[in-house]
Design a protein around this ligand. Sequence first.
Ligand code: FNR
Length: 381
Amino acid sequence: MLNVNDWRAAARRTLPRFVYEYVDGAAEDERCLARNRSALDAVSLTPRILRDTRRIDPAVSLFDQTWAQPFAIAPTGLNGLIRPGGDLMGAAAAQTMGVPFVLSTASNERLEAVREAAPQAQLWLQLYVMEDRSVAEQLLRRAKAAKFSALVLTVDVPVSGSREKDIRNGFKVPFKPSLPLAMDLMRHPAWSLRQAMGGGPKFVNLVEDTKARMSAQAQAALLARAMDRGLDWASLSWLRRHWDGPLLVKGVLHPVDARRAQQEGVDALIVSNHGARQLDVAPTSIDQLPRVVDAVRGAIPVLMDSGIRRGSDVARALAQGAHAVLIGRPVLYGLAVKGQAGIERVLTTLASELERTMILLGETDIAALRVSRSPADPCQG
Ligand code: FNR
């Protein structure tokens, strides 16, 4: 297994088809998914020569925390479907690698259990706001108590994107066994229906105190159907009343929104099209990134995700002004094939590809890679 593509192929062989396609698929015609790659591939980086590159420092600092690498694990829901305990493994791998782990609202694990699995990790919580806002309020209380250090508000899912592979496969949340799904599972004897349901009753990470007796099905229905489409800029002050730590907004693509978010006091932005799983006509993150960076004029850090598959893609994003990136599907391929060790190997591969790219570019640290190649530099190659 040399690269993320090899891990992807192995994940495809390992997982039941409906699970692989849930992970790998995207919205509607998957044009945005293709664009995410073609736009990254269109970015070339010109090497600088005769520089001392004996010491390469890939570390970055954000919110007074140091990351060993300029990437974090992106929030992905239903990781228990890929492997029971998937989020516990992801958090433990992040701890080993010294990078943050972002836990999805749609996790199959309680956030307290994720903290126990990775006591030293930098854990962040991703938040979906549902119509019943008390759900978010109790999640934030628990996250604070469990020492989650930052909050990622995802704003690009007022409604779920239409992932037609999931529909054809009969896969939906709340999970209902169907004929195509049962046949798929029969071809994978190692898979039980219980595993497919993400570890039984712990279907989502939503319920601790107020709704403790809600059934797994009801929790899933809550998550699937009741996104708060009334969520707007004014809602940020409600959020701030319940969260006093760093707040990131994920799903920013328009520079005007980036400027507004900065003015509203958001601490950092994540430029993202949700890995092409939402709006199929959305622009790519790598194309929007320089516009967003210009819009906030260095006032707050800008992160990005969607399509990163190589260390050289990380370098591409940094050279376009990103402070760091998030890694989505590659982590899930590693999880599918080898659990925690698989995630660590995928991230180690990205790290060594990034290091080699930096040496070849003649850049020794991350800040220099970002600044020396910013569009404002007249000598940019
Ligand atoms: C996601 N993503 C996501 N984002 C989020 O904010 N909350 C979530 O629960 C999920 N769930 C989720 C599930 C799966 C299976 C995938 C692949 C993605 C989006 C994720 O955080 C990230 O934006 C993309 O995955 C980045 O694109 P790449 O790296 O997968 O190309």
